[in-house]
Design a protein. Structure first.
Length: 129
């Protein structure tokens, strides 16, 4: 698993880490049951604080992407609650679309962008990337 942290980004490091793991799941680079590195190992590899990794793993667990067992560690365990996932997606999209509207992004441009992103994940999952 390759994690790239932008230390100059305004986005918190734990958020970057969380998002990269979610993107790994969406593109099938990480699959159900795959183990994640230990908190200490990932912190050392990426060069960040262990508490930052722990915060990211906790958030992933809360969002239903990771299970954590004190003896086995963290592993990909996707919560299949589709209704909950759709509600969360709707809330996130509301904000993203509101920002786009403020920047004069049209409905058609938003639809094209969503289709483009969705197609990227669909192709990656079909190819098993």
């Amino acid at each position: 698993m390759i994690i790239e942290i932008d230390f100059n980004s305004d986005e918190a490091i734990y958020v970057q880490l969380t998002n990269q793991i979610i993107m790994g799941i969406a593109t099938s680079r990480l699959r159900e049951g795959d183990p994640l590195p230990s908190v200490r190992q990932l912190a050392d590899t990426v060069g960040i604080n262990m508490h930052t990794v722990n915060k990211a793993y906790s958030l992933l667990r809360q969002e239903g992407f990771v299970s954590i067992d004190r003896r086995k560690g963290a592993f990909i365990s996707i919560d299949v609650d589709k209704i909950k996932a759709l509600e969360e997606m709707k809330e996130n999209l509301k904000v993203a679309l509101a920002k786009g509207c403020c920047k004069n992004v049209t409905r058609e441009e938003a639809h094209e962008l969503i289709d483009e992103i969705f197609d990227e994940y669909s192709v990656d999952r079909q190819e098993g990337i």
